[in-house]
Design a binder for this molecule. Structure first.
Ligand code: XMP
Length: 326
């Protein structure tokens, strides 16, 4: 039987009972595969790797070693949430690496979007590899591969960025959710007791805020991006929009415009609000947001984020615009 093919008779996991049965089955399978040996996992804090971490914790506890690499391009509070949930609440063996300076130093003056992506992905593998080499006797690598990854990209989980480890670092893979669709992974995550904010997290690209701070990333624009994104998320939550909009974020482009503050002319950054609805991210529509919500977000960003003098709402559908700006 092809272990990468979902059996036709496999029931779709839609309820707590089905999730509990899946979890029990996987715990037994993981224990059988791993025995008393150690498993390494790159824990980004995304839905898939978080669910795999929670599942492995239930199955093998301290034999799981999670590594969270903060590349400095995470959203506000995201790395902190990974540490809080996995280390403090679930008592996981978690190595937290703040590699912010390393990534941002490599990205200085790099303007081209695909080059930025390659640098971020490549550096991620190097940091992860260095940590893996420090550990003794780890035989397995767990991955949050899900079924669409297998169907669409031959099992390569692009945004986990751990596909490119060197040949001398050979691990046997543990991929407990590889036959599940995203909605099923979420049902399993809830059954495992993960916080809803983690389980229902909107898609976040592997290169993170790096592709939303357009052109060459600078620390001041990155700070403006992180703060404005946090304000947008807070206000969408307050307006009850979070569950109904597929993906939303801010962008800080690498051009400035004139403004006036305290009677003086300034030359500051704009913040662009991007919100889209889509089924499969291949095409996307822009929702008609309530004017009062947009105005409140605009005012808060102008009042609270230094170096910003304008807020724009991107009305462009995909196509011709992509969802991200780079
Ligand atoms: P675009 O911008 O191509 O985005 O319309 C479609 C979806 O893919 C996400 N995206 C990425 N995800 N690595 C990822 O893991 C990337 O480099 C990347 N670029 C775009 C984007 O956020 C959207 O959900």
């Amino acid at each position: 039987m092809d272990g990468n093919k979902r059996p036709e008779e496999m029931v779709r996991i839609t309820t707590r009972e089905l999730a509990d049965a899946f979890i029990a089955g996987q715990i037994a399978a993981i224990r059988q595969q791993v025995g008393d040996r150690k498993v390494l996992l790159a824990l980004s804090g995304g839905v898939d790797s978080s669910v795999v971490a929670a599942l492995l914790l239930k199955a093998i506890g301290q034999q799981l070693v999670c590594v969270h690499v903060n590349h400095g391009l995470m959203r506000k509070g995201e790395s902190e949430q990974v540490v809080e949930v996995f280390r403090n609440q679930l008592n996981a063996n978690l190595i937290y690496i703040d590699a912010t300076d390393r990534f941002l130093d490599k990205l200085v003056d790099v303007e081209e979007p695909e080059t930025k992506r390659k640098i971020i992905g490549g550096e991620f593998i190097r940091v992860f590899e260095e940590e893996a080499r420090k550990l003794e006797k780890v035989d397995f690598l767990a991955q949050g591969t899900i079924y669409p990854d297998i169907i669409e990209s031959k099992g390569v989980k692009a945004h986990h960025n751990v596909g490119g480890l060197p040949d001398d670092l050979k691990f046997e893979l543990v991929e407990p959710v590889k036959l599940l669709y995203k909605d099923e992974v979420r049902v399993v995550g809830v059954a495992l007791g993960l916080p809803e904010a983690m389980v229902y997290r909107q898609p976040f690209p592997g290169p993170g805020l790096g592709v939303r701070c357009t052109g060459a990333i600078t620390r001041d624009r990155l700070a403006a991006l992180r703060e404005s994104d946090a304000i947008l998320r807070e206000e969408f939550d307050a307006a009850g929009l979070t569950a109904s909009i597929w993906q939303f974020f801010t962008v800080v482009p690498d051009f400035r415009s004139t403004g006036v503050r305290d009677g003086k002319r300034v030359f500051d950054w704009p913040v662009i609000i991007r919100a889209v609805n889509t089924v499969d991210a291949m095409s996307a529509e822009v929702p008609e947001l309530d004017w009062a919500v947009l105005k409140k977000i605009t005012q808060r960003i102008l009042d609270e984020v230094p170096g910003v003098c304008r807020v724009l709402y991107d009305l462009s559908p995909k196509a011709p615009a992509t969802i991200e700006w780079e």
